[in-house]
Design a protein. Sequence first.
Length: 377
Amino acid sequence: MRPHFHVAGFPVRVHPLFFLISFASGWGLLEEPARLALWMGIVFVSVLLHELGHALAFRRFGGTAAIELHGMGGTTTGSQEERLTHGQSAWVSFAGPGMGFLLGGLVWVLSRYTPLGQQGGLAGEAVRQLLWVNVGWGLFNLLPVQPLDGGHLLASAVRARSGFRYERVLHGIGIVTAVGVLVLAVRWNMVWMGLLALMFGVMNFEQLRRLPKEVRAPRAAAPPRGRGAPRRKPEARSASVEHLPGELKKAPRAAPSERATEARRAPAPVRTPEPDLPEGPHDPALVGEMLLDSGLASLAVRPLQKAFAEAPSPRTGHALVLALVETGRFKDVESLLSGPRAASLSDDTLALLSQRARSAGQEALATRAAALRQKPD
């Protein structure tokens, strides 16, 4: 999809739902059209500057970025997110609220030391709205709950020190935080804050519930096997556990003297301390598909790219292509079709890609996808 305009060299797309949500959030100003229009303009500029902070951070670390404003606020997608270190990801997460704090601080200084803060009417209203949107929302956005920037910031800091060992803890913190914000929103009668807290709490609960088993129980995970190590069949282990009580009942019992003799002969078992194994990483394919199903295609691209690079499959390839097409990243799709993993894309995926590319005016890409579909194996 083509951008609507550019800011500092970054392409920007704005969905109509963004303005609808901005209008709904200022519903209390409906009787004063001038204040409502001022509110919508300040929300637009503030959210755009917030996303611009993320984009500038991506550029600082050698990548490019695209900005998208939608019903959930905004999303900035970096071209090389998968190459960022956890520390760099943390800086990218903080850059958005940081830009808002800079603007809010500038407005506060001007209102404190110039006549601007003493004025009433729309000028005074603009000062209050700018402070609320940039400072108030910036602080809310730093709460440790994903997908807010504070949740990503905490996750990057934890993963930088401990890898992916504490994914359950991160989502648990998000759920507790969302519940606390929901309680405060009810007490303060803040409907929008309550709705956001409820939505974020449900999202974290669903992500926690869908985490793979190896992340839920790290000590039950087996140590990594070598290439030539034989795999134990899970069916055999399951059967032995299920029939163990019956087998014990059927087994002949040894005489007391025999049991005593065997006990004296048998060496005492040596206890070995259980190794503190790290938790396995979360399944990027699962995370990406969940984000895509939730309508967050921009956020789904990175985990799906990682999953498809590690283990190409038709299912993951289909989700990745869909996420790239929905976010207008046709250059990434062209690179995907030119690479060796294009063979993992199914005919249905290529047919969908050809149709969507042609609808978007990408005739060369549509022809390329159709040619790959017709190419014999």
